[in-house]
Design a protein around this ligand. Structure first.
Ligand SMILES: Nc1ncnc2c1ncn2[C@@H]1O[C@H](COP(=O)(O)OP(=O)(O)OP(=O)(O)O)[C@@H](O)[C@H]1O
Ligand SMILES: [Mg+2]
Length: 148
């Protein structure tokens, strides 16, 4: 299933889009973000984190591989922990070893993954895929698909 694309013209708008999306996320879900370097994946996730009530700072996981946020308060839907990960610099084997599948199995967890393409075979079936495409320096096209 795929919706019609949404277009933002500033980073702030992309953040606001993420913040809105936070309201519909359930626990034990996997959200994958696809798109080129600088497409706005981390920017959108910062909005998601804010919408979910995660404590700042919201750092990019490019270098730390995964940053975990324990929410001070569970969301209405029951999310208590967020695992924000970036597979850009890591292979499938390493990602498996640091516990990717355990994060996905956390009944009160939400896994947000940038660069899922890098660990293709490890990514579970049911997921939400957000794709960001740069149309110009400041325009981004955002598409959401549910893959089963
Ligand atoms: N409409 C927009 N939406 C999001 N980001 C935008 C937009 N316009 C400009 N930008 C800029 O593009 C950059 C997006 O960076 P961001 O780190 O979010 O990308 P990324 O997809 O996570 O990249 P990487 O693959 O390196 O992790 C930021 O510098 C941001 O200010
Ligand atoms: Mg990023």
């Amino acid at each position: 299933m795929e919706n019609s694309p949404f277009i933002t013209t500033t980073a702030e708008e992309t953040r606001a889009f993420g913040k809105k999306m936070a309201q519909v996320l359930a626990p034990q879900a996997l959200v994958c973000l696809e798109g080129d370097l600088g497409a706005g994946k981390t920017t959108l996730v910062q909005g998601l984190l804010e919408g979910l009530g995660a404590k700042r700072p919201y750092i990019s996981p490019t270098f730390v591989i995964m940053k975990q946020y324990d929410l001070p308060q569970a969301t209405v839907q029951g999310i208590r922990r967020i695992y924000h990960a970036d597979a850009y610099r890591v292979g499938e084997k390493d990602f498996h070893e640091i516990g990717f599948l355990e994060w996905c199995a956390d009944p009160a967890g939400l896994v947000i993954l940038e660069w899922p393409e890098r660990i293709g075979n490890l990514v579970p079936q049911n997921k939400t895929v957000i794709t960001l495409r740069s149309l110009s320096e400041t325009e981004r096209q955002i598409t959401i698909a549910y893959a089963t």
